[in-house]
Write a protein that binds this ligand. Sequence first.
Ligand code: ATP
Ligand code: MG
Length: 375
Amino acid sequence: MKITILYVEDEEEIRNNTKRPLEYLCDKLILAQDGKEGLELYKQYDPDIIVSDIKMPNMNGIDMTKAIKEINPNQYIIFTTAHSESSFFIEAIDMQVDGYILKPIDYELLENKIENIKEQIDIKLKNKQQEKEIQQQKLNILEQSKNAQMGDIIGNIAHQWRQPLSVISTAATGIQIKKQLGMISDDEENSLLESIDKNAQFLSKTIDIFRNYIKEKRETKTVILQTRVNLAISIVEASLKNNNIKIINNINKIDDIQIFIVVGELTQVLINIFNNAKDILSEQNKKDKWIKIDLERRENKAIITIEDNGGGIPDNLISKIFDPYFTTKHQSQGTGLGLYISKDIIEKHLHGKLSVKNSQNGAIFKIELPLSSIK
Ligand SMILES: Nc1ncnc2c1ncn2[C@@H]1O[C@H](COP(=O)(O)OP(=O)(O)OP(=O)(O)O)[C@@H](O)[C@H]1O
Ligand SMILES: [Mg+2]
């Protein structure tokens, strides 16, 4: 920590005598002859500590301090003052400066006061540093989870596209070969072209769904909860199907629920939970794999539960799964941020609750959302 002190004193002899001990206490000492010069040098050098006389020509120490405290209300200031200046003294006390020293200056006292302030500066600096580090960590986590999500999205698009792309390519080569052999009827050609068109439209629809999802992430509006859940399902649907996982969707069994939320964020949470269920189920060999989604309205809460039959979370890990970076997956598979971010979104942004327990089948995630904020 480098300390700069500004010393303001109009009497040359006192200034010269005090200069030496002050020099020992800082890395840089700036001298001023009166309040006016003191204020100018303050603006120029932004010193950590000011030691100032009170009674001075041009501008006195009180007026200088008033001006400085307007620039920085937390500026550390020590006044040196003579008994005869008692009329200023009351005003100086009102200004909440950090110390007073009577003249003639007791250098040991001055040193104590300055060391004291230095300690305070040091603590403040350390706190600031810590805060900065925490902030940076949070940013890193967000950035990482954004990257992971992008990877997920691209993975899901790839899954959704695999089937229709293969249909398109088979149809196109089919037409080509049959044409060369002169073995294709107009009807057959038309039906193959139609299937190419239909599948191409599906590709384009998929892109629209994903594009909307990415675009609307931060929008807050009133939506029908069922629609949002169905959207999240449609995003992961193909990748679940490819892993032979059945979706048991019970959410349309109750009346539409309107809710005022940041729309994309809920989708993000649902996708995280679906992907986790898919991850555990895809490692397993059993025939019957499923994810079940239920929706319930209780008082002024909407409750979404998502259960899978993947066997659940081991008891000794269940309390850790919402921690940042907690993952049981290989590095290339999981960052351990999915559920941490999800809990943050549900509880801090949407003012609800995200919890988990095990059932006989597997994990059950419960999302509770308040409906009171409907607009
Ligand atoms: N449905 C589930 N069944 C069993 N274990 C689960 C389930 N969902 C989550 N877990 C456990 O919780 C851990 C943390 O999940 P989380 O989504 O936060 O991270 P991740 O899936 O490992 O990585 P990513 O950041 O890519 O999502 C998982 O590694 C897994 O061990
Ligand atoms: Mg995950």
